[in-house]
Design a protein around this ligand. Structure first.
Ligand SMILES: N[C@@H](CCC(=O)N[C@@H](CS)C(=O)NCC(=O)O)C(=O)O
Length: 266
């Protein structure tokens, strides 16, 4: 069968969703992944295919059709690839998982705005916003599966969508000391999150990788942008993140150089 191609950034959460789905279906080899370095100008050929848009992942079918948006690509791969359905097959249950998935946009946005916030006096506002969404998800999970761990019996579509975000939010733990309060308003969602984080199909990235690569987000510079006073993005491929030191945790008065972050090759 001719292969589909996915253009992606390896550490991107939206792309990790696709990798988790492929792993759950045992179909890792049925797609070609092509890595894009977001710290460099985009390949004009790829830009032509995406009609000038830059967000990844992008899926190209063997016939040259282009699909964008991780949730759309996810459902497309779910339908065309063998390996069993990851989504719920019962229409009502599928609708329920889609209701939870519909909450991922605001959840993602709240976490990213929190890590990118540069004003100490607005920290609590961001934290409250995110905690409110966690409480809402907690209530949702209690409503549909009070005693369980996942939304339904197993790690499924909703977990595939949320787990990469739970992993990116390691940057909140590191740069914002953010943790879920230890009380019943968060217990059910915490059980879900903990199980998602350790699921064998979702181990494509590590906390160390996230914390090091997303350092510039913690300084307010997203998507490979270079913060003031620096020449290299924390998303560069070389030097490899494994060789770099852990960045300072205090993001609010950080004055770090490329050298201190290990971003200059020896
Ligand atoms: N809603 C999109 C979001 C994709 C997105 O924001 N991707 C980021 C990487 S994590 C990106 O490509 N950033 C670089 C850019 O937009 O040029 C999806 O779900 O696929």
């Amino acid at each position: 069968m001719p292969k589909h191609t996915i253009y992606h950034i390896p550490v991107c959460p939206f792309s990790q969703r696709l990798e988790i789905l492929l792993r759950l279906k045992g179909q890792e080899d049925s797609v070609d992944f092509k890595v894009v370095d977001i710290t460099r100008p985009r390949d004009p050929e790829l830009l032509k295919k995406t009609r000038g848009t830059t967000a990844l992942p992008v899926l190209e079918t063997p016939d040259g059709d282009i699909l964008k948006e991780s949730l759309v690509i996810l459902q497309y791969l779910e339908e065309i690839l063998p390996g069993g359905l990851i989504r719920q097959s019962d229409p009502l249950k599928h609708a329920i998982e889609n209701m939870l998935i519909a909450k991922e946009g605001p959840f993602t946005m709240a976490g990213y705005l929190f890590v990118m916030n540069q004003q100490t006096d607005r920290r609590t506002e961001h934290e409250e916003k995110l905690l409110g969404i966690y409480r809402d998800i907690n209530e949702f999970l209690i409503n549909f599966n009070p005693e369980g761990t996942y939304l339904f019996d197993e790690f499924g579509l909703a977990e595939t969508v949320y787990t990469p975000m739970f992993m990116r939010f390691w940057f909140l733990d590191y740069y914002e000391n953010f943790t879920l309060p230890d009380n019943e308003q968060y217990q059910r969602v915490k059980r879900w999150q903990d199980a998602c984080l350790t699921h064998p199909a979702a181990q494509q990235v590590t906390k160390e990788e996230i914390v090091k690569l997303y350092y510039d987000y913690a300084l307010g510079a997203g998507n490979g942008a270079v913060p003031e006073g620096r020449t290299r993005s924390s998303f560069v491929f070389e030097p490899h993140w494994k060789t770099r030191p852990w960045p300072p945790r205090n993001k609010y008065d950080a004055k770090t150089t490329d050298e201190e972050l290990g971003l200059i090759s020896a």
